[in-house]
Ligand binder design. Structure first.
Ligand code: NAP
Length: 247
């Protein structure tokens, strides 16, 4: 028996990285999974791999820089599965542009993908969960959400905002819908590769007791914990999964 048998889970940004690992784990634990992203080839591959393992998954393509994508994702979930029990707001846009070179366009894209979409999906799916009297939302933030060491202005701002969003959503959606967040440290994904991969993480590795970067599966297991009764008295929290890095 799986820990998520009978549940429907929407995982944004599950065509790659830790979102994909979360989709695989949640499907293995019995959830029906809606995979989202922009890349159709990778979306299909994730769905096929889940089905090969006996799981249930569908995908929907949506660019979350465009806020009308919230309706696209919500409607796809309702059409394919008819309900929703779990939302993981994982899709994220990195921005490493320093403030004096940052354009309003990049700032807006980053805010839309990392914050506004999480709020819009939280509104839509949170309402379904409130009506059912149960549900779990997990927001994937970052250690850049509590320390400006880890990202320039746009990215950092969105992750700080996501932490506030998590607390506020938990407050408004209790007592039956749980909303928590995860603040990953350095995780081996395409996003990390885009800024130099593990080799660029020397400072972080040095300042952490575990002395390594992590696999996406180590975020997936934390997300699973936050979506089951194993975390029944945890709400409105931001859990750092960062190897103990101390800033
Ligand atoms: N890797 C790290 O070290 C690290 C550390 C802290 C926090 N995080 C956070 O973890 C989350 C997942 O990142 P990751 O490291 O797993 O990166 P990743 O492998 O690059 O995956 C990012 C995912 O987000 C989706 N996505 C990005 N922009 C999108 C857009 N405009 N519209 C729709 N989907 C979009 C991508 O889908 P497509 O490619 O199909 O468009 C992909 O599935 C992000 O929120 C990130 O900020 C990562």
């Amino acid at each position: 028996m799986g820990k998520l048998d009978g549940k429907v889970a929407v995982i944004t940004g599950s065509t790659s990285g830790m979102g994909r690992d979360t989709a695989y784990l949640f499907a293995k634990e019995g959830a029906k999974v809606l995979v989202t992203g922009r890349n159709e080839e990778r979306a299909k591959e994730v769905v096929e791999n889940i089905r090969k393992d006996g799981g249930v998954a569908e995908y929907v393509l949506a660019n979350t820089q465009d806020l009308s994508s919230a309706d696209v994702i919500f409607n796809a979930c309702m059409e394919k599965f008819g309900t929703c029990d779990i939302l993981v707001n994982n899709a994220g846009q990195l921005s490493i542009t320093p403030i004096f070179e940052l354009t309003l366009e990049e700032w807006t894209q980053c805010i839309n993908v990392n914050v506004t979409m999480a709020m819009l999906l939280g509104q839509k799916f949170g309402k379904v969960m409130m009506d059912k009297g149960e549900g779990h939302i997990v927001n994937i933030s970052s250690i850049a959400g509590t320390s400006a060491h880890w990202g320039p202005t746009a990215y950092c701002t969105t992750k700080y905002a996501m932490n506030g969003l998590t607390r506020a959503m938990a407050n408004e959606m209790g007592p039956n819908v749980h909303v928590n967040g995860i603040q990953p440290g350095a995780i081996k994904t395409a996003m990390l590769d885009s800024v130099g991969g593990e080799a660029a993480c020397g400072f972080m590795i040095e300042r952490s007791p575990l002395k390594r970067v992590a696999e996406g599966t180590e975020i997936a297991t934390a997300a699973l914990f936050l979506c089951t009764s194993d975390s029944s008295f945890i709400d409105g929290q931001l859990i750092r999964v960062d190897g103990g890095v101390d800033c």
